[in-house]
Design a protein around this ligand. Structure first.
Ligand code: SIN
Length: 307
């Protein structure tokens, strides 16, 4: 019998598999495919104060080993999330819930964090300072240590629940940003969001995405994400939710060996809505094959080697 349980900043999860924000909506479409209560947790779509339609179309593009998106934080807005999405979610989902919060100013991040953290249904708040698809918000806060520190400190002051800060790989040095967030009171770090990229349509000789650039995700970014999780684990003392190109049970274990306490699955849900279900179902057999009886013991177990 393999023990899949993990403890994430004091929140107990039945397994470490978490659909990533932006790839699972508010869960309702996926709940039509399978019982999403088998998940460890899930992180719902980044929510801003006002409803957002997002960026102009086209805003997705195919890539080798992944995809580009320039969605632009499309979401129904905080009021609708509080009054409609969360009450509906309560009728079919009873596992830990992560609220991903977006914003365009420190004031907005603080207001969104305070409102969502006050919800009894929400266990963890994930501060999205890493969206590459919006001007003046998102990764504008995640590419500067000073800005990351300021917004984290202000949000933690109104957040009695664990506050994870979701980081961008597009920063000059992601571990510096992680250390700034930790110093400002973050309870954990989520990494990585998407890598900024673009495609050009050869016949039309223009960028495929209306927004020109977008965030690259999918299996192609897994080695980059793994390296960043590994380095961040060595740099901070707070827990990490690792993500970036995870699509199999083996990827989950590899991410944990690099230092993740729990692992988010993003683009794989868009390729196959059953992706997380299959990963969770595969984990016991893969653990048994690798001689793992307690999965939580794998966190950081690949550290201690020098080059
Ligand atoms: C988006 O809505 O543009 C994607 C979300 C993100 O990258 O944080």
């Amino acid at each position: 019998m393999v023990d899949l349980c993990v403890s994430l900043a004091g929140v107990g999860l039945q397994n470490p598999v978490i659909p990533a924000s932006g790839c699972f909506g508010f869960g309702r479409e996926f709940a039509e495919f399978y019982d999403i209560n088998l998940l460890g947790a899930f992180s719902f779509k980044g929510t801003t104060e006002e409803p957002r339609f997002g960026n102009p179309l086209p805003r997705v593009a195919d890539c080798p080993s992944g995809m580009l998106n320039s969605v632009g934080l499309q979401n129904p807005g905080m009021e609708k999330v509080l009054t409609e999405e969360l009450p509906f979610l309560k009728t079919y989902y009873h596992q830990p819930l992560i609220a991903n919060v977006g914003g365009f100013s420190v004031r907005e991040y603080v207001s969104n964090t305070a409102r969502i953290a006050a919800e009894e249904q929400v266990d963890i708040v994930e501060l999205n300072i890493s969206c590459p698809n919006v001007q003046g918000g998102g990764h504008a806060f995640g590419t500067s240590c000073a800005a990351a520190e300021e917004v984290t400190k202000a949000c933690k002051a109104v957040c009695p629940k664990p506050l994870f800060v979701k980081l961008t790989p597009n920063a000059a040095n992601i571990t510096d940003i992680a250390k700034a967030a930790e110093a400002a009171g973050a309870d954990g770090i989520s990494l990585i969001n998407t890598l900024l990229g673009m495609r050009i349509d050869l016949k039309r000789r223009r960028p495929v995405l209306a927004n020109i650039a977008g965030g690259y995700s999918g299996p192609g970014i897994f080695p980059v994400a793994l390296r960043m999780v590994y380095e961040t684990y060595a740099a901070v003392r707070i827990p990490i939710m690792g993500m970036g190109g995870v699509s199999t049970a083996r990827d989950v274990i590899e991410m944990m060996l690099a230092g993740a306490t729990a692992v988010q699955v993003g683009a794989a849900n868009l390729v196959d809505p059953y992706a997380c279900k299959y990963i969770i179902e595969d984990l016991p057999a893969v653990c048994a094959e690798l001689g793992i009886t307690r999965l939580s013991e794998m966190t950081g177990a690949a550290h201690g080697w020098s080059a």
